[in-house]
Design a protein around this ligand. Structure first.
Ligand SMILES: [Zn+2]
Length: 267
């Protein structure tokens, strides 16, 4: 479902070297990562089709020419709805399970497609770009994109940065609470010190920001787990909520009660 996009603007931030982040104001769509250079444009996610004109002008403004590759981090609409309208002659790159979802919708797959299972590497705009699958976290088939030369990582919805919003685990699409925690830990171990992180939602962050989310995931899921073990039902757990230090996390698209329900259903 496409939300109300009236008045939404695309804000461009230079992350490092060839890599930029394109963000829709009001967090109405997932953040786009873009490598822009002599080889053309490699785009990570595409937000919503009605924003495509603005996205294209933003790319032109930073010297972007042809979009050659579109990588999708996962199949959710706020990351993939713009695929066809932006794609044109581009090649779509997605995890095989992600693509199985995308191809059900004629507007979200492209003519040329590359799928992968565990990992795929590109050599583009002077650096190696690694796409890696992290199974059963936010969905079954989340991928992260590592720009190795620029030291930038796009984490898709494995991360909402900051302390604005609790995450969302799509249990219907193969996501898992424990899987998300495990994947975030693996990513913390994997990415180099000093890496800039483009999250699926909210502002650019770093390993410290990811660690803060990891600690939150461990503690909040632990709280719900303990209460379930004590025999409390969902309504009781929701009524008690989380400690006050988590109050700020309920300002985004997942509030405390929804996150408690998500954990409860996922455990
Ligand atoms: Zn998502």
């Amino acid at each position: 479902m496409v939300p109300d996009l009236s008045g939404v603007q695309i804000k461009t931030t230079h992350v490092n070297r060839n890599v930029y982040m394109l963000e829709a104001t009001g967090d109405v769509a997932g953040n786009i990562g873009a490598s822009v250079g002599p080889d053309g444009i490699l785009l990570v996610d595409t937000q919503f089709a009605p924003l495509a004109d603005q996205i294209r002008s933003s790319l032109t403004a930073i010297g972007g020419k042809e979009i050659r590759f579109i990588i999708n981090t996962h199949s959710h609409e706020d990351h993939t709805h713009g695929n066809t309208v932006l794609g044109g002659e581009a090649t779509l790159v997605a995890h095989i399970q992600t693509w199985q979802h995308l191809k059900k919708d004629p507007n979200r797959s492209l003519e040329k497609v590359i799928t992968f299972d565990k990992q795929k590497s590109f050599h583009f705009n002077g650096e190696r770009v690694d796409i890696m699958h992290f199974p059963n976290g936010h969905t079954a088939s989340d991928a992260i994109v590592v720009f190795t030369g620029s030291n930038v990582v796009h984490l898709g919805d494995l991360l909402n940065s900051g302390n604005w919003s609790f995450p969302f685990v799509d249990l219907d699409l193969g996501g898992s609470i424990d899987g998300l925690i495990r994947n975030v830990k693996s990513i913390l171990d994997l990415i180099p010190q000093g890496a800039a992180i483009i999250p699926g939602h909210y502002e650019i962050t770093d390993k410290e920001g990811l660690k803060m989310t990891y600690d939150m995931l461990l503690e909040t899921s632990g709280i719900v787990r303990e209460k379930i073990a004590l025999g409390q039902d969902l309504e009781q757990i929701k009524a008690e909520g989380f400690p006050a230090k988590y109050d700020s996390w309920g300002r985004g698209y997942t509030q405390a009660a929804q996150w408690i329900e998500n954990i409860y259903n996922g455990l």
